[in-house]
Ligand binder design. Structure first.
Ligand code: ADE
Length: 224
């Protein structure tokens, strides 16, 4: 899988992509993540990429030309399954969307800034608009990092215990059951006996019940 990220602030991603599971995924060629600075595609001598909104109003708008030039260049090099724009007015991200995206070959993720990008980019280039929640971030970078992380960890080979991604919260519309590790007794705080019983079927049943109870208590909307 290849993920091209179009941003005005590529440095925001460096710490994130150079750590832990994502770093390993990139090193093992499970995925390639390519950062593009939109500013490099400005034809303005000061590398300006934004301008005042037509019709007036507060804030600046990302201009069509640099973004269009960059997307056209990428599209001339390979075909893309999805061109995604991160925006608070997009479709709310959930596990089902993440699962679907993890099966794609090449995707572009455009990070918005200021008042957003010129609507013509959204109308003529973007195939999917995604929000990470009903709140406004200073830009699409953190949202793109969230999406990229959620997608990359599902790519086969990225998480060492492949079944663990399948038992995540939300994979079956349920929250995950509680987990415990050694010691079994910490100053009197004990692990449920059933988990120490070695009885696989009973443990599976207990986990299912716990997942259901936790979902009913914390996220009843998932059961509707
Ligand atoms: N850009 C700013 N806020 C955002 C959000 N909530 N989701 C996606 N992109 C954003």
């Amino acid at each position: 899988m290849r993920i091209d990220i179009l941003t005005l602030f590529p440095d925001m991603f460096s710490g994130f992509f150079n750590e832990s599971i994502i770093k390993r995924a990139v090193e093992q060629n499970c995925v390639s993540v390519v950062l593009h600075n939109i500013r490099d595609y400005s034809d303005n001598k000061h590398n300006k990429v934004d301008d005042y909104p037509f019709g007036g109003g507060a804030g600046m708008v990302m201009q069509i030309a640099p973004v269009a030039t960059l997307i056209d260049k990428l599209k001339s090099e390979r075909s893309y399954d999805e061109i995604i724009y991160m925006t608070p007015d997009g479709e709310r991200l959930n596990q089902k969307m993440v699962n679907t995206l993890s099966l794609k070959g090449n995707i572009i993720i455009l990070c918005g800034h200021y008042k957003g990008v010129d609507q013509r980019i959204r109308d003529y280039y973007i195939t999917k608009e995604i929000s990470v929640g009903d709140y406004v971030l200073t830009g699409g970078e953190l949202a793109a990092a969230v999406l990229t992380d959620a997608v990359i960890r599902l790519i086969p080979g990225v998480i060492s215990d492949e079944t663990s991604a399948l038992t995540d919260s939300f994979q079956d519309d349920l929250l995950a059951p509680p987990v415990y590790t050694r010691p079994a007794d910490y100053n009197g705080l004990k692990v449920p006996d059933i988990l120490l019983s070695g009885h696989e079927e009973k443990i599976r049943q207990w986990r299912e019940e716990q997942a259901m109870a936790r979902t009913r208590r914390l996220r009843p909307d998932l059961l509707e």
